[in-house]
Design a protein around this ligand. Structure first.
Ligand SMILES: *Cc1c(COP(=O)(O)O)cnc(C)c1O
Length: 372
């Protein structure tokens, strides 16, 4: 069975992790700091980067660092992993779910403007699948309205927007290093920010609120969680980072091959291609209803042919907890359609050209069967 995602773990990675395990210091320490410095150099733009134990923690801490709390509204695209909206709830604020563009699957400034209320304090653009959201108009509108911008860049380490890497500019930018993402620390995440005081606040928020002084004493002046990244994890991210550019280039090659080889079919829509795409996932849309089938049945048939597929993602506003907040499918039609039709095809650096061709052939065969 061909998986739809597989982390790239090589001997170099195993050696690095083993060395940390033997070193006598396995939790947060020198490797976490080295990973931060390497990420700062990588994204550029003078960013301060702090690592945490997941992308979800990165979002939760970024919201707190931006001063978001009870009574505030944060605008979140409904086409994302549910963690984006859940993080807003964790901060005590209200996630206001908005629609996305059907092609890019991203939030736009226009959609953002339509959801702003007097309580809106922040917006959380998601660079979906590794394609950057069009940030210039979103940031211009945020400046006009005095909103903080917390980027969910979980899909976008290695993505470029107008030539510069995501994380090298902005307000607060959150990354994930979950095994499915473009580089991994098993679990892990990072926050990029653009001033030293915020970076220090993030350090306190991720570890019990503790501030340490040069003489060895400490103070706790506000709440902080337990969201630090162990060195065992950090070292894996550290040795993967220099290979990220190669991973992204390989993902681009494979995406280009999909574009060329995928069957042309009325019920199959290809994802948007765009400048700087990091190709975290390659997700087509299949009109299962028009084929008179369901996604699980279609996926089962592909699995029979040896192809595993994923679903990224059901629209957030369709989940029971969010439906209870008053959302219905008709309110956010593009996110609803994408959520109903999306199908993630295998894409990871170790995938071969012949694998892509095999997926395309299996898709053609499956589409043909359901049509019949
Ligand atoms: C993976 C992901 C997250 C959460 O990251 P974790 O490291 O799994 O906590 C948040 N948002 C999006 C869009 C993601 O894909």
């Amino acid at each position: 069975m061909l998986p739809f995602v597989r982390p790239t773990i090589e001997e170099e990675d195993i050696r690095a992790v083993t060395q940390v395990l033997r070193s006598g210091w396995i939790t947060t320490g020198p490797k976490a700091r080295e990973f931060e410095v390497a990420l700062e150099r990588y994204v550029g733009g003078g960013a301060h980067v702090r690592v945490v134990n997941s992308g979800t923690s990165a979002l939760e801490i970024a919201l707190l660092a931006a001063g978001i709390g009870p009574g505030d509204e944060v605008i979140v695209p409904s086409m994302s992993f549910v963690a984006s909206a859940n993080a807003v709830l964790r901060a005590g604020a209200k996630p206001v779910l908005v629609d996305v563009d059907l092609e890019s699957r991203n939030l736009t400034a226009e959609l953002l403007r339509g959801a702003v209320t007097p309580r809106t304090r922040a917006v959380m653009p998601v660079h979906f699948a590794g394609l950057a959201a069009d940030m210039d108009p979103i940031e211009a509108l945020a400046r006009e309205l005095g909103l903080r911008v917390i980027e969910d860049a979980a899909h976008a380490i290695g993505t470029r927007y107008r030539g510069r890497l995501i994380g090298g500019a902005g307000d607060l930018v959150c990354f994930s290093f979950h095994p499915n993402k473009n580089i991994t620390s098993v679990e892990g995440g990072a926050i990029a920010c653009f001033d030293g005081a915020t970076a220090e606040r993030i350090e306190r928020l991720r570890f019990h609120g503790i501030e340490k002084f040069a003489d060895g004493s400490m103070e706790v002046d506000e709440w902080g969680g337990k969201m630090n990244l162990p060195d065992v994890n950090a070292v894996l991210g550290l040795v993967q980072l220099p290979r990220l550019q190669g991973f992204v280039e390989r993902r681009r090659e494979l995406a280009a091959r999909y574009r060329e080889r995928l069957p042309r079919h009325d019920c199959l829509a290809q994802p948007a291609f765009g400048q700087g795409h990091g190709w975290h996932i390659f997700a087509v849309r299949v009109d299962f209803a028009r084929l008179a089938t369901t996604r699980p049945a279609f996926q089962a048939r592909l699995a029979d042919l040896g192809i595993a597929t994923g679903v990224h993602y059901p629209a957030i506003h369709g989940f029971a907890m969010y439906r209870r907040m008053g959302y219905g499918p008709e309110q956010l039609p593009n996110a609803h359609t994408i959520g109903a039709q999306t199908l993630t095809l295998p894409l990871f650096p170790a995938l071969g050209e012949a694998d892509v061709d095999g997926v395309c052939a299996a898709l053609a065969e499956t589409l043909g069967e359901f049509e019949a």
